[in-house]
Design a protein around this ligand. Structure first.
Ligand code: PAF
Length: 228
């Protein structure tokens, strides 16, 4: 797709550095504006858009962040291959009328090479399922979520039910740390086939997509049996 030939009117405010964003947020707070926050790793799809729309309806200002957080990848190849589409994301965010995009560099988020790991004890839910298969993943998620919450200090933050374990762990973390931010969950958005939308779906072959869909099919069958 070529973006250079078309003239897009970009109203979205884009911040790459923490300091000007924090000044902007302080100003919003002075004006007592409610701030909704949608943290993402970019490569936005309709699942992200549904979170953004929810925030836009319920808040005076919506801030989205795009940052592919290296600390939550235990497999470097997975980090390298994670889909990235910066220009397209900016246009999507502008079209949905998101107000602000925070798109920091690694240097902004992790200014020191050596950084002590987050002093948060893993809970039981962090050690099972995805936590068991991807050691350190959830601590990496909490590390970035904590940093983003500290920088942006939103009233409400929006997370998808697709990553249900992540949602549970973030809720638990916010409660345990007495962080005064409401965590709002939003329903999973699916392709017509039933496959949950996910940025990583782009990396799947047709065969792998069909295999992935079996999870939804099996869970739906299971649900049907329980209900009847
Ligand atoms: O769900 C995601 O996209 C990421 O785990 C999050 C919450 C943005 C943290 O990097």
């Amino acid at each position: 797709m070529h973006f250079s030939k078309k003239l897009y009117i970009i109203k979205l405010k884009i911040f790459k550095n923490i300091e000007p964003l924090q000044k902007y947020v302080a100003d919003l707070k002075k004006q007592q504006k409610s701030i909704g926050f949608v943290p993402t790793m970019g490569s936005l799809h309709d699942g992200h858009i549904s979170l953004l729309k929810e925030s836009i309806i319920h808040n005076q200002v919506t801030i989205c962040s795009i940052y592919v957080n290296p600390k939550q990848f235990n497999d470097h190849q997975d980090f390298i291959c994670y889909p990235r589409q910066e220009k397209k994301d900016i246009i999507l965010l502008n079209n949905v009328r998101c107000d602000v995009l925070f798109m920091p560099s690694d240097n902004q988020i992790y200014p020191r090479l050596e950084e002590s790991s987050i002093t948060y004890e893993s809970t039981l839910v962090m050690s099972i399922l995805e936590g068991e298969k991807r050691p350190g993943h959830f601590l990496g998620v909490l590390k970035i979520v904590y940093k983003l919450f500290y920088i942006i200090n939103p009233d409400i933050a929006y997370f998808g039910e697709k990553d249900y374990q992540q949602l549970y762990i973030i809720r638990e973390f916010v409660e345990n740390q007495n962080i005064n931010i409401q965590i709002q969950s939003c329903a999973t958005i699916r392709e017509t086939s039933g496959l949950a939308l996910s940025s990583r779906n782009k990396n799947l072959t047709i065969e792998e997509k069909a295999l992935a869909l079996n999870i939804f099919k099996a869970l739906s069958l299971f649900k049907e049996h329980i209900m009847h």
